[in-house]
Design a protein. Structure first.
Length: 198
């Protein structure tokens, strides 16, 4: 990382940018309040998580993470829940909108990106994203709608732009490289970009 990028990350940390915490943890920096019990794969009680005030008058009113999240499909990283699996398996059924007449557009389209250096290509699954988000959450503000219209780099993602807007903050952390870098370039026979459905 050049001095400019280091300074940028430092500024974002000072401003409390949650999107950079996961990348910083991935590079070996330590943050004391993780909220997870070491070695157990479980959540710490709120009184012990170093995030909540154990003496606060409302601590007893809050639901413990294990009670709220324990029945959901487990993950080893992030907030320890595989949210996409929970939705796909019907374990959760979040309300898709406030107004019943609102049309929900789930787009079943994968895009394969190949500008990945020596890593596997990236498969971006629109379906798993549009089950949670509206198209306008990402387009055109974060990503151009046309393939190749945004210059996406790992450096930019680690600085909290593009995928880093959510991943590392509210979606699985950026330490899980293989969840995105999942297409073997040696066996991929299609064209980069939007993938036709079989």
């Amino acid at each position: 990382m050049g001095a400019t990028r280091v300074d940028s990350v430092r500024r974002r940390v000072r401003r409390g940018a949650g999107a950079v915490l996961a990348p910083l943890l991935a590079f070996g920096l330590f943050w004391g309040g993780t909220g997870f019990a070491a070695g157990t794969g479980g959540w710490l009680p709120l009184r012990e998580d170093k995030l909540h005030d154990p003496e606060g008058p409302s601590i007893g009113e809050l639901q413990e993470p294990a009670a709220a999240l324990g029945a959901l499909p487990p993950d080893e990283v992030g907030n320890k829940v595989r949210w996409v699996k929970a939705l796909a398996d019907g374990v959760i059924k979040p309300r898709t909108n406030i107004m019943p007449e609102t049309k929900i557009n789930v787009l079943d389209l994968d895009i394969v990106f190949g500008n990945t250096g020596d890593r596997a290509y990236v498969r971006f699954p629109h379906k798993q994203h549009t089950e949670w988000l509206d198209c306008s959450n990402c387009h055109p503000g974060i990503f151009a709608e046309k393939f190749g219209g945004s210059k996406i780099t790992m450096a930019a993602i680690l600085e909290g732009t593009f995928c880093g807007q959510c991943h590392g903050a509210v979606a699985f952390p950026l330490t899980e490289c293989n969840r995105c870098h999942s297409v073997n370039p040696d066996t991929f026979t299609g064209e980069l970009g939007p993938q036709p459905k079989p």
